[in-house]
Design a protein around this ligand. Structure first.
Ligand code: AGP
Length: 614
């Protein structure tokens, strides 16, 4: 949560920082601020609201400076207001800080600092850190660099910080632990940011700052990378593959709609170089090295949060059904705190779009300590989770900016599907001809997703208009489509703020059926597969109670057509691949309902794209 950007060079810092904050706004959007060094003054401008409010706020002010830093906030400590917005000053106002993360021991530190005479303006943990830095510098009579190191060694929690010093207009100090930080290296200019999106416009050369590392960037002398224990490190300069157009809406009204529509392409990108329907093979470099571990695993543990957890549930069906490996899927936040039984014969798969989710990271660390093999499935290249894993596969869905995850989900499911098919074959659990059959069908999925988008969009829009004022929705599915029901309900909750529940269809009669009346829209994923008759019965049970059924069916399903009020048709496919098609109309449904209700689709209230706090 929270996005940070900083600039030092020969150009004006303010427009670069503001543009960067707009790119990072998906990380938090309750307040924003900027610090600039101007004529030996360290000036801070900040306000409650979005980056556009900050832009408005500074529009009449002098913002000339070639060194500056900015922050867009998702509140953890202290309500979203002008005072709690970052940057924060030290007591003397000689130092300013921006911070993404949480200083867990801030209360104790604050108490000690108050005893030493410090007073605080805000309720934030961040202000405590900048006061601590100043206190260390004063007590030890040391350089700011040393004081930052010492202060960071005293704090517990997570941070990506940038620090500016009133008395040094040529230097930016930055460090990270648990929260992401990227350094961009331009020609006589440097950028620091929570991810590469604010940087890509100016340079492709970046260094991903590692855990407990610090970078000191000097306008004239370049940068030095070291640990917060002051051990020098050799930086590894990556070349970004990210393209600027990936970060723009490209004519769509919202990023979410763009991302839904990108799925035929993003699914293809996830398969590229891995699934080959000509020679009928799956080759995944990340899997190859550790395939013996997966093949011989006692069980596979899957940890993730939110939508990624739903992808994990689909994977449970895939791995057990195809590869016959026992799978347990768990919320990372529960797993990490319940003293789970883990041993060396377990393989843990961590799924995360952002690669930064705090609970998923902590779950990985725990399983690693206990000897499990850790495999990561992430979208953001260079993020924290891939660095903590033994092996992994990137999903290659491209940047996902809408807070509600769409293309990242289908990319995760595709990657997990390829792994499951590959392992199933290698383990001898499916025949060669079945292996080939599955590969040929999986290769057709991008075109089928395209077809779903083309044929269902208008119909879903009309349905959205009918049900937009409902207060509750029920989503039902069975087997492979049970996780899709959960995902459909989550999408609706997130962006339209309508209460929705996902349920395995058969569980309905154990409770939720009591909720059904003529006001309850019930979305049923009822594709023509193994539990088809059962789900038809479930639909009948809903209809008998006057529930209003919106069914996602396989083409030419006359039985359900005669029962449901609305029928959305998707193409036939292999049952294990059906989530990749059935989820698409549900994504559209939540999108159009949120639009009809006038909600902020890309930046729903209270949420952030990257959840770096537990
Ligand atoms: C998805 O729409 C949500 N915004 C959220 O549930 C998300 O999937 C979850 O926070 C996990 O994020 P990750 O995939 O980046 O780890």
């Amino acid at each position: 949560m929270c996005g940070i950007v900083a600039y030092i060079g020969n150009n004006q810092a303010c427009p670069i920082v503001i543009k960067g904050l707009q790119r990072l706004e998906y990380r938090g959007y309750d307040s924003a601020g900027l610090a600039l060094l101007q004529n030996n003054q360290l000036n801070i401008f900040k306000t409650k609201g979005k980056v556009s409010d900050l832009e408005q706020f500074i529009s009449t002010k002098n913002t000339e400076s070639t060194i500056g830093m900015g922050h867009t906030r998702w509140a953890t400590h202290g309500v979203p207001n002008d005072v709690n917005a970052h940057p924060h000053y030290s007591g003397s106002k000689n130092i300013a800080i921006i911070h993404n993360g949480i200083i867990e021991n801030y209360a104790v530190l604050k108490e000690e600092l108050i005893k030493s005479g410090h007073s605080f303006m805000s309720d934030t943990d961040t202000e405590v850190l900048v006061h601590l830095i100043e206190e260390v510098q004063k007590n030890d009579q040391c350089s700011l660099e040393k004081a930052i190191q010492e202060a960071l060694n005293e704090v517990t929690g997570a941070y990506a910080i940038v620090v500016m010093d009133k008395n040094d207009p040529d230097t930016l100090y930055a460090a990270r632990k648990g929260s992401p930080l990227v350094l961009g290296i331009g020609k006589d200019e440097f950028f620091l940011a929570s991810d590469a999106t604010p940087i890509v416009e100016y340079t492709k050369n970046v260094v991903y700052i590692g855990e407990e590392e610090m970078v000191v960037v000097n306008r004239n002398n370049g940068f030095t990378l070291k640990t917060i224990q002051n051990v020098e490190k050799t930086p590894y300069i990556h070349e970004l593959e990210l393209k600027l157009e990936m970060l723009e809406k490209g004519g769509y009204e919202h990023f979410m709609l763009k991302e839904i529509y990108e799925q035929p392409r993003s699914i293809k990108d996830s398969m590229r170089g891995r699934l080959n329907a000509i020679d009928n093979t799956i080759k995944m470099a990340g899997v190859k090295e550790f395939e013996h571990k997966i093949i011989n695993a006692n069980r596979i543990l899957i940890v993730a949060c939110g939508t990624s957890w739903h992808a994990g549930l689909v994977a449970e069906y895939l791995f057990e059904d195809l590869a016959r490996i026992p799978v347990e899927v768990e919320y990372a936040s529960e797993f990490r705190y319940r003293n789970p039984v883990i041993n060396e014969n377990d393989v843990l798969i961590a799924i995360s779009q952002s690669g930064e989710t705090a609970d998923t990271l902590a779950a990985i660390k725990l399983a690693k300590e206990k000897g499990a093999t850790i495999f990561g499935i992430c979208n953001v290249v260079g993020s924290s989770i891939p660095r903590e894993t033994h092996a992994g596969s990137y999903t290659h869905a491209g940047p996902e900016i809408g807070v509600a995850s769409t293309k990242a989900f289908t990319a995760q499911v595709v990657v997990l599907t390829m792994i499951a098919i590959y392992i199933a074959f290698k383990k001898g659990k499916i025949t060669e001809s079945r292996y080939h059959q599955l590969i040929i069908e999986l290769d057709k999925i991008p075109d089928k997703v395209k077809h779903v988008l083309e044929t269902t969009n208008e119909q879903v829009k009309q349905i959205s208009d009918i049900y937009k004022d409902a207060h509750n929705f029920l989503y039902l599915g069975r087997g492979y489509n049970f996780p899709v029901a959960l995902e459909g309900a989550l999408k609706l909750k997130e962006i339209s703020y309508i209460h929705a529940e996902g349920y395995p269809a058969a569980e309905m009669k154990h409770g939720p059926i009591a909720l059904i009346d003529e006001n309850m829209p019930v979305v049923v994923v009822a594709t023509n597969q193994s539990a088809y008759e059962k789900i038809v019965s479930n639909i009948q049970e809903v209809v008998a109670r006057k529930g209003r059924v919106i069914a996602i069916v396989t083409k030419a399903d006359d039985t359900i057509k005669s029962l449901a009020e609305h029928v959305i048709e998707i193409p036939e496919t292999e049952e294990p691949f059906s989530p990749l098609l059935s989820v698409v109309p549900l994504q559209l449904l939540s999108y159009y309902i949120a639009v009809a209700l006038g909600k902020n689709v890309d930046q729903p209230r209270n949420l952030a794209k990257s959840v770096t706090v537990e």
